[in-house]
Design a protein around this ligand. Structure first.
Ligand SMILES: [Zn+2]
Length: 287
């Protein structure tokens, strides 16, 4: 997920639908998200083997479409199936009114650099939900410069547990990821700032990237998320620290490769690594 971006979007209704569908069909694995790009993401749908062939998948997707129709948003998914079953899966979605997001039907708002997407669009209707415009990023001025104002609230005794999680993550970055990418060893500085920003990559340090991580903001965000989604706080903190550091690493790589800073790509990189433990192939293609 676009973890902390999506944290800003109200997921209540979509999560209620997810829960009710999973209760209605025990054993069904389902994950739905409101994306900040303005669509309903059907991230996971898996009908258990012994329940396949009864039209449950069909019914569930229809209900997701109905929900999306009610909020005036499309449904986007990335069809993935074990080898050999992909065509059948794509036919399944086509029968449900989904289109391949390519060729003349391409809509760049719904593409993914990871794998091809398919989308279904509701009949034209004004969207009822308001989405935050993604911020405009400007490399020198955006979140990539260290802001001395951050030092105002520094607590010089940072929470050791959080620091430990961050250090383990940095160790992982320094042993597993940067070898594949080629940049130098990364370092982290810790603050407890009053700012809402979770972390920053310090511009110009790409050969040996330096990140500033705002432990207080991480704690606040994790607390909010665990309340909103009834999740385990510790898990939220771990995910928050990890995805935040991976995101900032994404920016370091962008600068190191002379690429335009791109929030979505940095976040996609973080998300893919968090979910699959693999460096997103986009970077591999370029280095
Ligand atoms: Zn960023």
């Amino acid at each position: 997920m676009n973890w902390y971006k999506e944290a800003k979007i109200d997921q209540t209704a979509v999560k209620a639908l997810e829960k009710s569908l999973m209760e209605k069909h025990p054993g069904l694995d389902l994950a739905l998200w409101m994306s900040n790009a303005g669509y309903v993401e059907l991230a996971v749908i898996e009908v258990p083997k012994d329940l396949q062939g009864f039209g449950i998948g069909h019914e569930v997707v229809e209900e997701v479409k109905q929900f999306a129709q009610s909020v005036g948003l499309p449904v986007v998914l990335r069809p993935s199936a074990s080898h050999g079953k992909k065509q059948a899966l794509e036919r399944f979605y086509k029968d449900l009114g989904f289109m391949h997001n390519k060729g003349r039907n391409i809509d760049h708002r719904y593409t993914s650099p990871i794998s091809p997407t398919m989308y279904w669009k509701p009949e034209e209707k004004q969207a009822q939900m308001k989405f935050e415009e993604p911020p405009e990023w400007n490399f020198p001025e955006a979140d990539h410069d260290y802001d001395p104002a951050w030092e105002y609230d520094i607590d010089y005794l940072p929470d050791q547990e959080l620091v430990q999680i961050a250090e383990e993550t940095m160790q992982e970055i320094n042993t597993k990821i940067i070898q594949q990418i080629g940049i130098g060893v990364c370092k982290t500085a810790y603050i407890n700032g009053s700012d809402e920003e979770l972390a920053r990559y310090i511009n110009g340090t790409a050969p040996n990237p330096v990140f500033v991580i705002n432990l207080q903001a991480i704690k606040n965000t994790a607390e909010q998320c665990s309340k909103d989604y009834n999740c385990d706080l510790e898990t939220e903190i771990v995910i928050g620290i990890r995805t935040t550091l991976f995101h900032e690493l994404g920016h370091a790589i962008q600068e190191w490769m002379n690429l335009e800073p791109d929030e979505d790509e940095a976040e996609e990189f973080a998300r893919e690594y968090q979910d699959f433990g693999e460096v997103w192939h986009f970077w591999e293609d370029q280095v």
